[in-house]
Ligand binder design. Structure first.
Ligand SMILES: [Zn+2]
Length: 156
């Protein structure tokens, strides 16, 4: 999961660092934007979301953004067998990373619409989650910082 997220953003020239959640990790340096990623077994419909929701951003605004990835929905979308091989677990990690990256982009650029292709397609289907080729970079580092500054009213 972490590797996929880091690679997707690296393709766009954005350095993503993945750390365990600690109080110190949230006190990020000035040149970093903290995003908390939560992998949950909760059902999205219990949170008032559509049953096939793969991920969501909660609590828009604020200095720390939080994104959720719904594990069971990712498993269902991938149509993984009940008995999973190590290859299936690899696919699952990659798919979770893609959903996390999609939601991270939403968290950092809340005004940006979905795209027709690539990582920011509105509906990430089995093909998008499992394709060997990584989805196209969603935006450049410059666009990311610009959108982040606009959404927080800060200048970075
Ligand atoms: Zn989306």
């Amino acid at each position: 999961m972490a590797r996929e997220v880091i690679q997707i953003f690296a393709d766009a020239g954005i350095a993503a660092e993945w750390t365990e959640l600690t109080r110190d990790a949230l006190a990020s340096p000035d040149d970093a934007i903290p995003v908390v990623v939560v992998l949950t077994t909760a059902r999205p419909e219990r949170w008032g979301l559509a049953p096939n929701t793969l991920g969501a951003v909660m609590g828009r605004g604020g200095p720390v953004r939080c994104v959720y990835v719904f594990h069971e929905e990712v498993v269902r979308t991938l149509q993984l067998p009940r008995r999973r091989s190590s290859g299936d677990f690899h696919s699952l990690g990659r798919a979770i990373g893609r959903v996390a990256a999609h939601e991270i982009v939403h968290a950092l650029t809340p005004d940006r619409p979905h795209s027709r292709v690539g990582l920011m397609k509105e509906e990430l289907d089995r093909q998008a989650l499992s394709a060997v080729d990584r989805p196209s970079p969603p935006l450049s580092g410059g666009e990311l910082m610009e959108a982040w500054s606009a959404s927080t009213g800060t200048r970075r």
